[in-house]
Design a protein around this ligand. Structure first.
Ligand code: BJW
Length: 242
């Protein structure tokens, strides 16, 4: 198959594509990013809302923040960039290859655009987890101190099933294996400010895997990419997939 997105640095067929997405891919669906002007972490202190310590100290404040975010996700619709990645998954599979779609986003817009396999390394806003028994379950409604765990019945310990600062991201073994086996690494709409995801491009480079950035503007790690396209995701991602 032709190489999506231009000439690879190492000449070999592109069959296994590793795509890392960030908040920028959902920006044109109306979901705010974190670090752009007006972004969530410009308006709210992440240390007061997105750490386990913050949840232990001020659970009601944390619930209110995530209830608002959940409402935003419910009201948002996937955009042309999400749809293009769903098409890429089908196209690569038809050619005997595969897409490993790893998202830092906690929204469900990739799934609603038709992507069948999505790895949420920072968890999912539309799921809850019980801090008492560990059970996790789908949850699209508001969450509060009075919410009972569907598994153990305990109240007061339900939290959004997302990964906060200081917590270990999810699925790191599968992500590491997929990255090592990839023929192309593509980062879309992520600032490269948060680790370990920000380190994936360096890992890919060290393994000789060609790398491409698609973003509105150069990210913090832009210098590590072989190729880049700068523009809105709804235009740049469909162009890359075509
Ligand atoms: C567009 C666009 C358009 C706009 N089209 N593009 C020093 C001090 C303290 C901690 C650390 C430290 N150094 C490292 C750490 C660890 C820490 C970290 O990285 N901190 C940094 C801030 C320095 N990391 C962690 O704590 C992680 N855990 C960890 O490291 O565990 C240890 C461990 C690791 C591995 C193995 C074993 C142990 C956990 C990080 C959890 C991050 N959680 C959040 C919140 C999730 C829940 C929620 O949503 O509320 O995840 S923070 C937030 O940032 C969210 C995102 O997934 C993540 C990344 O943000 P993203 O997606 O890049 O968004 P932005 O806003 O930053 O960028 C948007 C981009 O889009 C921009 O570039 C725009 O240009 C672009 N864009 N519009 C295309 N239309």
């Amino acid at each position: 198959m032709p190489c999506p997105g231009g000439r690879p640095r190492v000449s070999r067929p592109v069959a296994r594509v590793f795509v890392l997405t960030g908040a920028g891919i959902s920006a044109e669906s109306g979901l705010g990013t974190f670090r752009d002007p007006g972004g969530l972490w410009r308006r709210f202190d992440p240390m007061r809302l997105a750490t386990p310590e913050a949840f232990a100290r001020e659970p009601e404040e944390v619930h209110a923040f995530y209830n608002l975010r959940r409402q935003g996700v419910r009201e948002a619709a996937p955009n042309a960039a999400h749809a293009a990645l769903a098409r890429l998954e089908v196209g690569l599979a038809a050619r005997g290859g595969g897409l490993f779609l790893c998202t830092q986003n906690v929204d469900d817009l990739h799934e609603r655009a038709g992507s069948r396999s999505v790895v949420h390394m920072h968890g999912e806003l539309m799921r809850v987890r019980c801090t008492a028994c560990g059970a996790a379950a789908p949850w699209a409604e508001d969450l509060g101190l009075d919410t009972a765990c569907p598994a153990c019945g305990r109240r007061g310990g339900m939290r959004p099933d997302v990964v906060w600062f200081g917590e270990v991201p999810l699925h790191l073994d599968a992500i590491g294996d997929a990255l090592a086996a990839a023929d192309l690494f593509v980062a879309i709409g992520t600032s490269g400010a948060v680790y370990p995801a920000a380190g994936f491009v360096a890992q890919a480079r060290a393994a000789g895997i060609p790398t491409r950035e698609i973003n509105l503007a150069p990210s913090d790690t832009a210098g590590l990419f072989d190729e880049a396209t700068y523009g809105p995701a709804t235009r740049a991602v469909p162009d890359f997939v075509a």
